[in-house]
Write a protein that binds this ligand. Structure first.
Ligand code: GNR
Ligand code: NI
Length: 173
């Protein structure tokens, strides 16, 4: 197992649309184990494959207090969403930015597990928010894209300032 490097804004690879996983083999399972290890090492509640440079439709979440309940969703599809609320979000790929985002508060998702078996799962509250945040990553979307235009303008400015300041994005002059 290994912890993987996380791509950060404005890396163009975070804007790509991911393709479905085709082969449910040992290579996939080892990569999923690395994703889970990277999520836990980062103290995150979720992580998607594109954040580590893999443009396949894979996401992991773990809403437990003690990192004991990782869940894997491969080729996920939103079946239904219900309710609406605002929750404070942050993203490992947009460091230094935290904003309130409007999302469905209950979702039903169909997906495959690491063996290719399909399943459906109903998620509520923070788990629903995390899965929607990760599914956005699979479409090249970041949480700052979901803000109203004025709030997005300031969030983007913060993200750019943070990227230019220290993280070697190549933007600093
Ligand atoms: O660790 C994370 N916390 C978080 C908080 C609120 C809403 C979504 C998230 S996901 C984020 C990790 C991450 O960037 N996943 O893509
Ligand atoms: Ni994120």
């Amino acid at each position: 197992m290994a912890t993987l490097d996380i791509l950060t804004y404005p890396d163009p690879r975070l804007r790509e649309r991911c393709r479905p996983v085709g082969a449910f083999d040992d290579g996939l399972r080892s990569h999923v184990a690395d994703l889970i290890e990277t999520m836990h090492a980062s103290r995150a509640i979720g992580l998607s494959a594109p954040q580590v440079g893999d443009t396949r439709q894979i996401l992991v979440v773990d809403l437990s207090e003690d990192q004991s309940a990782p869940e894997v969703f491969i080729n996920p599809q939103l079946v239904t969403k219900l309710g609406f609320g605002f929750v404070q979000e942050s993203c490992l790929s947009v460091p230094g930015v935290e904003r309130s985002v409007g999302r469905a508060m209950s979702v039903r998702v169909s997906a495959r597990d690491v063996h290719g078996r399909s399943f459906e799962r109903e998620l509520e509250g923070m788990a629903a928010v995390a899965v929607q945040h990760e599914m956005d990553h699979l479409c090249g979307k970041l949480f700052i894209d979901r803000l109203s235009w004025l709030r997005r303008y300031f969030a983007t400015r913060s993200a750019n300032a943070h990227a230019a300041a220290d993280h070697g994005s190549g933007l600093s002059i």
